[in-house]
Ligand binder design. Structure first.
Ligand code: PMP
Length: 463
């Protein structure tokens, strides 16, 4: 006689319902649920995600880099709840509301500045990071049209950069996995070498590597005189490109080259903004102010989708005219949604009241201490850190010239190994990283370090 099958757990039943109807992002759905676990989450609490069976998972990647202060942070939740009783949504064309205005005022007050430059002066909202990037690209392009510089049609982006998944954002992205299939649909950007310190030659410092990459950027400007509207980059840290880090001097050089060639500098701080790299904005580490600053993800503390593009008075002024076509007509229905703006205002309040950047400095020190011994692992090619982000780059025998092949599925193996132990690591290929919510305590980081080591052992055991 056959034994009765094991009863389905709540989580099992949830998975069945999910897979019957949902198509998940960034997922080969065929891998669910056998190769790739599917974890239904019932609630969040601080750095923890908790499933329907009560299992807890430490969210070491801040839910795709969105969460800042922990899940279900009560002050942000309360601000959204209050706003929902006042005004949930109104179109921002022809109408205005307190949260949108207050947030713009406060973002402009904290945005990066640079001596000798007029500060960022205007805010345009969108509703996710990719949409924010589209806004910045279109604004830069349209500015030159309005000025009659019709030949300025090209964007420069960095190799290994990432700016989102919509077609415009993909056009300035350089991660083949996301880009290749859609290549026939994309506009042709110019790609400059990444200043990535990991790519430095033996004996070359990160700053030397950055200068060398900046020299190549200068060559690109020379080869395309008067054609480039903007350079777009992720300052300090190429996140989706494997948490690759570069010396801030690159930003200074890029700023100077944009100025010398009459092009805009677009800083995509969608992932690096709001304290991730140790300062509120990564641009601060170079003392550089971009012409367009893209913000999203942590902007609402990780509660609601919202993006903001900050720009200068000079750029804005070029759109003022009697013609509607010269106006920036880009519009999303939910532009400046009051609930999302309220969440963002509560987020900025927390930065002010909790002295978040200072606390992060000591958390980052603990992360540094815990990460240091990993450098001795036989398969470790690099351990690097920028503030609240630590990355571990694995390569066979630690030799960066022999990365594990994609077929070894190091990332997937490390992911499942960590998940089994109650930690969400979501490696980027051969790169494992920590980007935890800022509320993590030492005990969480100890668990994270132990689990990371176990995940590396599992993933590399027979690779
Ligand atoms: N730019 C950067 C630097 C990002 O990391 C991301 C998201 N990972 C985006 C843009 C796109 O943001 P979203 O996923 O909200 O569209």
């Amino acid at each position: 006689m056959l034994a009765d099958p094991a009863p389905l757990t709540l989580a099992d039943r949830w998975r069945q319902r999910d897979l019957a109807v949902l198509w998940h992002p960034c997922t080969q759905m065929r891998e669910h649920p056998d190769t790739l676990p599917l974890v239904p989450i019932a609630r969040g609490e601080g750095p923890w995600l908790i499933d329907h069976d009560g299992r807890r998972y430490l969210d070491a990647v801040s839910s795709w880099w969105t969460n800042l202060f922990g899940h279900a942070e009560p002050r942000i939740g309360a601000a959204i709840a209050h706003q929902a009783t006042q005004l949930e949504q109104v179109m921002l064309a022809g109408f205005s509301h307190e949260p949108a205005v207050a947030l713009a005022e406060r973002l402009l007050a904290i945005a990066p500045r640079q001596p000798g430059r007029d500060p960022l002066a205007k805010v345009f909202y969108a509703d996710n990071g990719s949409a924010g990037v589209e806004v910045a690209l279109k604004m830069a392009f349209h500015y030159f049209r309005n000025r009659g510089e019709m030949h300025r049609t090209r964007f420069v982006a960095l190799e290994n950069g990432y700016h989102g998944e919509t077609l415009g954002a993909l056009s300035v992205g350089d991660i083949p996995l996301y880009r290749r299939v859609y290549a026939p649909l994309l506009t042709e950007a110019l790609f400059a070498p990444s200043p990535d310190a990991y790519l430095a030659e033996p004996g070359q410092s990160a700053a030397q590597r950055a200068h060398e990459a900046a020299d190549r950027l200068a060559d690109l400007f020379d080869r395309h005189p008067g054609e480039i509207c903007a350079v777009i980059l992720e300052p300090r840290l190429q996140c989706a490109g494997g948490m690759r880090m570069h010396d801030p001097v690159y930003l200074q050089r890029a700023r100077a080259l944009c100025d010398a060639n009459g092009a805009f500098l677009i800083a995509d701080e969608i992932a690096t903004g709001f304290g991730r790299t140790g300062t509120l904005f990564a641009c601060e580490q170079a003392g550089v102010m971009p012409d367009l600053l893209c913000l999203s993800k942590g902007l609402t503390g990780g509660f609601l989708p919202l993006a903001a593009v900050l720009t200068t008075q000079a750029l804005y002024d070029a759109f003022l005219d009697d013609s509607r076509e010269r106006a920036f007509l880009h519009s999303h229905s939910y532009t400046g949604n009051p609930l999302a703006c309220a969440a963002a205002l509560a987020t900025l309040d927390i930065f002010a009241t909790d002295d978040v950047i200072a606390r992060n400095r000591s958390t980052a020190e603990v992360m540094r201490r815990l990460a240091a011994p990993f450098a001795d692992h036989p398969h470790m090619a690099d351990v690097r850190q920028a503030g609240m982000v630590v990355a571990f780059e694995l390569a066979r025998n630690g030799d960066r010239h022999t990365p594990f092949p994609a077929e070894a599925r190091i990332g997937l193996r490390a992911y499942t190994a960590a998940l089994k132990r109650g930690v969400v690591l979501r490696p980027l290929g051969n790169v494992l990283y920590w980007m935890p919510p800022y509320c993590v305590e030492d005990e969480h980081l100890d668990l994270l370090a132990q689990t990371t080591l176990a995940a590396i052992e599992d993933a590399t055991a027979c690779a």
